[in-house]
Design a protein around this ligand. Structure first.
Ligand code: T1G
Length: 705
């Protein structure tokens, strides 16, 4: 049975309708460009056809080139679909709903007119996957909206809502949401006889902007210097737009093609493509029944109005979901609500939120004092003190009042989910919903599966995360779950390298050069050294063999808790967050090394990078060995959205594969196992992958979760 064509051509009322039907997002996969070319030929050859409409079937217009085809050999078509569209004898109207992105928008720009429904989004986000618009977008968009606006869109890769796209001049008309096809056919008929056709490639009037402001390209390069260090794609995007203002169209297209080819198989592009698909995979529960469709959450509750509780409540309100905040003491409740108001006020002051938005969100957060008041909520997230007895008490009360089928979730970052499930008669409805601080900002949301947690509850908890704009990733219950557990060896090594002679500023420089927004010691100063201090004290009390970390402990005992005390790993000038290396820290390190007889030595930047990241690669393999994660790429998604791992490096496991290679990773870890002992014992799975010359990013769990 032959496959349905991915492009259909029908004539309706003298208008040729070209429908791209290639689910799920009408990507320009095999046959799509060919189908568009054939259809335009048919339309131009058919005397009954006065004009044509290009439209997408299903939920979207064309969402771009098929990213899965990148890096693979692709047939070069004898004719280019963009040229066929803009050189068509009869007008072509692009009718946009859902997304017109990348090659999708480029086909619309090659058409003569563009209509969109209000909810549509358009953009050229190629830079987000490490390439650039390679279908003429860098040459046509500047001609349509001017080089400055075009450059901003192409370098940011942002999705532009249709009303703004109309204002910019990308969209000619906004049409009725419910009747795009009808409106497009009527529009096509209304312009069918109009000549000359408005061919974007022939428009040059907006390019004059560059003459008036020749410094715009250099200014853009400067403005992205910090965030785009180590990257090529954003700079190639700028170069292409600049070429549009200095070269004839066809020469500009050649420049675009040449720079695109340079990027397609770059490590940056492969890493960003990997991250794109890893973020889609992380949402899938292996072997989940096809009909497992979790209900959308309409009402939520949070128990605990502390910093995390308040941030979680804001996350729901930010997405328009009413949320009740339960606190037993009025005083703590009022304090918590005031903190929420203050946080919103800071965002308004910074301009990242409007007063109107704040006024819309605040009423959605309702403070309550009785458990009965939250009984009807679809989901409740407990965010009280990290103490087992307190958590057990809360879950016993929730079990007593919450309606059947409600999701009972805990925001604990360390306590075994089974402990909370164990005090209820419905452990299958209990799971972890681990937010990262600040809860209303950080995208990562770890759903922790207890041994009795049902797949419906996991799916429901993941849906909650998506409903509040988070990246939901599943972890099996274990010490530190997956994200923090995989990160813990990184922290241990950063502390132990200090004892051997490395300095915070050297370690931080290595990680910032690597691409992190801030170094780990500067981050520690921001979040406060006392958090780690309390955790270490608890661990040392529980385990006499626990390896104490005298350097950070002494700093805290000296009152150096970080930025909040003006000193931590660095010292800070009053009212200034710039970290300054501090001799005091150097002397504490030297004292500890002397006291514990630890020989001092120098470190290469490469050794520092490997010590930090390979320690976590080893732990990530142990996590997969125990079946505490569904796939290795989930761990990479957690590092991208939980720990600021540079996206153009793909993630922890991807980086290890691409930059070290599994065999060398094993060799290095075995060398450190010899030198440093048990903590560097290679995981069995890591050994297995390395011996087979395999890839960590493709590693699968050794046990079901
Ligand atoms: N290619 C291949 N698969 C794609 C795809 C694409 N462009 N876009 C989405 N998918 C798959 C995705 O993997 C998932 O699959 C399913 O569709 C639903 O996606 C020449 C060089 C459109 C905003 O960068 O941003 O054009 O997991 O879960 O949240 O200049 O998908 O179900 O098997 O993300 O509603 C430029 C990428 C390409 C857009 C929808 N285009 N896509 O978001 O659904 S480069 C892009 C998105 C290019 C030209 C160049 C989003 C979306 P599965 P989803 P969503």
């Amino acid at each position: 049975m032959s496959e349905a064509p991915v492009v259909r051509f029908e004539v309706e009322d003298g208008i040729g309708v070209i429908t791209v039907d290639n689910p799920p997002v009408n990507a320009l996969g095999p046959g799509v460009r060919e189908g568009i070319i054939e259809s335009v030929d048919k339309g131009n050859a058919d005397p009954n056809v006065k004009a044509m409409v290009l439209i997408g079937a299903g939920r979207s217009f064309i969402a771009g080139a098929d990213i899965r085809q990148f890096g693979k050999p692709r047939p070069t078509l004898p004719r280019n679909s963009h040229d066929v569209l803009d050189q068509s004898a009869k007008p072509i109207v692009a009718a946009i709903h859902g997304f017109a992105l990348g090659g999708g928008l480029e086909h619309a720009l090659s058409s003569h007119y563009r209509l969109a429904v209000p909810s549509a989004k358009v953009g050229l986000p190629e830079v987000l996957i490490g390439v650039l618009p390679g279908g003429g977008g860098t040459q046509r968009l500047p001609r349509l909206i001017g080089p400055k606006a075009a450059m901003e869109l192409i370098v940011s890769g942002r999705h532009v809502p249709a009303p703004e796209a109309k204002t910019l001049g990308i969209i000619d008309e906004i049409v009725d949401e419910k009747d795009l096809r009808g409106a497009a056919i009527r529009f096509a008929k209304s312009i069918a006889a109009k000549r000359p056709l408005p061919v974007v490639r022939n428009r040059t009037e907006r390019l004059a902007e560059a003459k008036a402001d020749p410094g715009m390209f250099e200014a853009m390069r400067k403005s992205i210097a910090r965030r785009a260090r180590n990257q090529k794609a954003p700079y190639h995007c700028i170069a292409c737009v600049e070429a549009a203002t200095t070269q004839p169209f066809d020469d500009g297209i050649q420049t675009e093609r040449r720079l695109f080819a340079e990027l397609e198989n770059s490590e940056e592009a492969r890493a960003l493509r990997y991250a794109f698909f890893a973020e889609r995979e992380v949402a899938k529960i292996p072997n989940a029944p096809k009909d497992l469709k979790p209900p959308k959450v309409k009402t939520a509750a949070v128990v605990g109005a502390g910093t995390m509780g308040g941030g979680i409540a804001m996350s729901f309100a930010d997405f328009g979901i009413p949320v009740k905040v339960l606190e037993v003491s009025r005083e703590v409740l009022d304090k918590g609500m005031q903190r929420v108001r203050d946080n919103y006020a800071v965002s308004v002051k910074r301009g990242s939120l409007t007063q109107a938005e704040m006024d819309k969100r605040l009423p959605l957060i309702q403070p309550v004092e009785r458990y009965e008041d939250i009984a009807d909520c679809d989901v409740v997230i407990e965010a009280v003190f990290e103490r087992v007895d307190v958590k057990k008490d809360v879950f016993a009360k929730l079990d007593a009042v919450m309606k059947p089928g409600a999701l009972l979730l805990t925001n604990s970052s360390a306590i075994d989910t089974d402990i909370m499930g164990g005090v209820t008669k419905r452990p299958q409805d209990v799971a972890g919903a681990h937010f990262f601080a600040p809860a209303n900002v950080m995208k990562l949301y770890e759903v922790v599966k207890g041994t009795k947690t049902s797949i419906e509850t996991i799916a429901g908890a993941m849906q909650v995360g998506r409903d509040i704009g988070k990246i939901s990733a599943v972890a099996g219950t274990c010490d530190g779950f997956v994200a923090n557990r995989s990160r813990a060896p990184f922290t241990t090594e950063m502390m132990l390298m200090l004892e051997e002679g490395a300095l915070p500023e050297q370690v931080d420089k290595v990680m910032v050069d690597f691409g992190y927004p801030m170094g780990p010691f500067a981050v520690s100063d921001l979040s406060g050294l006392d958090i780690g201090y309390d955790t270490r004290k608890r661990r040392a009390a529980a385990d006499p063999n626990y390896r104490k970390l005298p350097v950070p402990d002494r700093l805290v005992e000296m009152g150096r808790k970080g930025q909040k005390t003006g000193a931590g790993w660095y010292r800070y000038e009053k009212g200034d967050r710039t970290p300054h290396p501090d001799e005091v820290v150097k002397s504490v390190i030297a004292d500890v090394a002397k006291e514990f007889g630890i020989p001092q030595r120098t470190f290469t930047d490469e050794e520092i990078l490997r010590r930090l990241l390979l320690a976590s690669v080893n732990e990530a393999c142990k996590i997969l060995e125990e079946g505490k994660a569904y796939r290795a790429s989930d761990i990479d998604v957690m590092w991208l959205h939980g720990f600021g791992f540079p996206r153009y490096r793909g993630g922890l496991m991807f980086w290890a594969d691409m930059n070290v290679g599994s065999k060398e990773v094993l060799r290095q870890i075995e060398e450190w196992h010899q030198r440093y002992g048990e903590r560097w014992k290679p995981s069995a799975l890591l050994k297995e992958i390395a011996t087979a010359g395999g890839a960590f990013r493709e590693a699968k769990p050794k046990k079901p979760m």
